[in-house]
Write a protein that binds this ligand. Structure first.
Ligand code: SAM
Ligand code: DTB
Ligand code: SF4
Length: 340
């Protein structure tokens, strides 16, 4: 398709995407896809601002779930040091260091199926104290029950991360201990509590393009687009069932980011796990495709992430500011390209 539009092709915010429409976006010539994604990105955000979050694993390993990608599952044989739930003081000091290094959000992850009541008070204290440092707060604790989402909100939680991970069809190949619908239920609780939803998935798990289409369809057709959409590139860890999976074509990863940007124009799309194996040129393409958030600091939860100095040099090289991407209004409807 050759574009002769006078106004830039800006995709509208919709919740009724069909798989055929999404497939057609994936099938566009690469340059056309990136052009559309970049135009849509610019209609909503400063293209040179990238949000930075730092992750901390507050409880590590021995997880009862069997997620095939995850080194923290007790079902797999990854070589991992288990760690009980951290003390609040240790978490706060890690958060302070992350803030001083330039992070604006601190994400705390626990290897749980769902948080137990006896641990929950300590997590609420972590949220309160990290928030008091002037950081945005995010936690990922597995499935939430009853009023847990509301209590997190009251403690000052800004974001809850809970990923759909893959398409509904491929999901059962990756996780058997909880269902896709369980995940949708937790997302509904988080949304209803008024906490921002951080929800995305993983690519490079041996899924087909149609599964990537199905993942993005599920995300884009949620009642509200997740405010934050992490797109993880599988980090293969020895001892997990997915170690040894054939690597996904990096340009297909860029396409996935671009389609996420087009389907969820006003959401912050995070170039999430997997950056350690990416060179600067590939990451630059991901930013061009509309990614505007990263994890910053040399560790994700249990695996590596580029060193902070490398990311600072990358931002400098690309003229990117580490800053909250400020939402802009999209082009007025009369100028917006129709639908897909
Ligand atoms: N236990 C909680 C849960 O799964 O809901 C929270 C932590 S879990 C590690 C958070 C997310 O990290 C997973 O949903 C998955 O998308 C991502 N993740 C875990 N291991 C990964 C890997 N090896 N490569 C890429 N992403 C991964
Ligand atoms: C997300 O989507 N990716 C992050 C965060 N949310 C919690 C986790 C990535 C984990 C990568 C494997 C590890 O370090 O254990
Ligand atoms: Fe447990 Fe989360 Fe890892 Fe799944 S992704 S095994 S729930 S820590």
């Amino acid at each position: 398709m050759f574009f002769t539009l006078r106004s830039p092709p800006v995709t509208a915010i919709r919740h009724d995407w069909t798989r055929d429409e999404i497939r057609a976006l994936f099938d566009l010539p690469f340059s056309d896809l990136l052009y559309r994604a970049q135009c849509t990105h610019r209609a909503h955000f400063d293209p040179n601002a990238v949000q930075v979050s730092t992750l901390l694993s507050i409880k590590t390993g021995a997880c009862p779930e069997d997620c095939g990608y995850c080194p923290q599952s007790a079902h797999h044989a990854a070589d991992l040091e288990r760690e009980a739930l951290m003390d609040v003081e240790a978490v706060v000091s890690a958060a302070r260091a992350a803030r001083d290094a330039g992070a604006s959000r601190f994400c705390m992850g626990a290897a749980w199926r769902s948080p137990r009541e006896k641990d929950f008070g300590r997590v609420l204290d972590m949220v309160r104290e990290v928030k008091a440092l002037g950081l945005e707060t995010c936690v990922t604790l597995g499935m939430l029950k009853g009023d847990q989402a509301t209590r997190l909100k009251d403690a000052g939680l800004d974001y809850y991360n809970h990923n759909l991970d893959t398409s509904p069809e491929y999901y059962g190949e990756i996780i058997t201990t909880r269902t896709f619908d369980d995940r949708l239920d937790t997302l509904a609780q988080v949304r209803e509590a008024g906490v921002n939803v951080c929800c995305g998935g993983i690519v490079g798990m041996g899924e087909s393009r149609d599964d990537r289409v199905g993942l993005l369809e599920s995300l884009a057709n949620l009642p509200e687009h997740p405010q934050s959409v992490p797109i993880n590139y599988l980090v293969q860890v020895a001892g997990t069932p997915l170690a040894g999976t054939a690597a996904l074509d990096p340009l297909e990863f860029v396409r996935t980011i671009a389609v996420a940007r087009l389907l969820m124009p006003a959401s912050v799309v995070r170039l999430s796990a997997g950056r350690e194996s990416m060179d600067d040129a590939l990451q630059a393409l991901c930013f061009l495709a509309g990614a505007n958030s990263i994890f910053y600091g040399d560790k994700l939860l249990t695996t590596g992430n580029p060193a902070a100095e490398r990311d600072r040099a990358l931002f400098e090289r690309l003229g990117i500011q580490a800053a909250e991407p400020v939402a802009r209004c999209a082009a007025p409807p009369a100028q917006a390209a129709a639908g897909g």
